[in-house]
Design a protein around this ligand. Structure first.
Ligand code: CIR
Length: 254
């Protein structure tokens, strides 16, 4: 069975980290409602949702994706690039310990899970303002005994690699070519986001279905033309904190 770890939106989300967006007021109740709908979407696709309690003092703690990389063989507890986010990992390590042997990225290396895109045994690792080569080398050392290859991929003008590109089918990537170059992804096909929807490259893939923001209607049509099925969610309140759909869960096989 697939498990999704999530975490309730923190009451302090208004103090979230922001890199590319200006701060605008966040309605916490609306953000919590949208997050609950997102959890419902995961459940509707058959996932068991393990919803962790709120971390009132950790503004960005709803974005659990950034704290760990969970593979079939092990989980790597990451060292998030923003100082304020480091304390988020302790409770995630506790939650993952029953399911996987844990490894830990060591200081001073920094890496956010939003920069890790796994395509089978190939892991693309974004070089962003949050993630560095030291962490990518540590990952490679942890994971090559399990047969994984880790490839560094530079990104620009966006927060994470998965702001710019996510996988939507076995050989198919949804991409914003302004933020990452296609030539890094050898052997893959691409759907480009609609130019009016630069934030539209982030989708959660569960089997043949995508959990996808309702606001990117033009890009959604491109995905549907490829025969992909979408479960659409409202996520605009969490987007004000620079969150997207992948960042709100850690999904793995129990
Ligand atoms: C941050 O800047 O860390 C948060 N405000 C947003 C993190 C979003 N995470 C993700 O896309 N994986």
């Amino acid at each position: 069975m697939l498990i999704a770890i999530t975490r309730t939106v923190s009451r302090s989300i208004v103090n979230c980290e922001l890199t590319h967006l200006a701060r605008t007021p966040i309605d916490i109740e609306r953000a919590r409602h949208q997050h609950a709908q997102y959890e419902l979407a995961l459940r509707s696709l058959g996932l068991a949702v393990l919803s962790l309690p709120e971390e009132p003092a950790l503004a960005d703690s709803v974005f659990v994706e950034d704290t760990a990389l969970v593979l079939d063989e092990c989980a790597v507890i990451l060292r998030p690039g923003a100082d304020s986010r480091r304390p988020e990992t302790a409770s995630i390590a506790q939650a993952l310990a029953p399911y996987r042997p844990l490894m830990h990225i060591q200081a001073p290396a920094r890496i956010d899970g939003g920069d890790l895109l796994c395509a089978d045994r190939h892991i693309y690792a974004g070089l962003s303002t949050r993630s560095d080569l030291d962490a990518i080398h540590q990952l490679q050392a942890f994971l090559s005994p399990h047969g994984y290859e880790v490839q560094a991929v530079p990104v620009r003008d966006c927060l994470h690699l998965k702001s710019a590109v996510t996988q939507v089918a076995p050989d198919l990537l949804l991409i914003n070519p302004d933020w990452v170059d296609q030539h890094h992804f050898r052997g893959m096909r691409f759907i480009e986001v609609d130019p009016d929807e630069p934030y539209a490259a982030n989708a959660v893939r569960i089997g043949k279905t995508l959990i996808y923001p309702d606001i990117f209607t033009n890009t959604a049509r491109r995905l549907e033309r490829e025969g992909l099925q979408l479960v659409s969610v409202e996520i605009d309140e969490l987007s004000k904190a620079e969150g997207a759909v992948t960042c709100c869960s850690l999904i793995f096989q129990a």
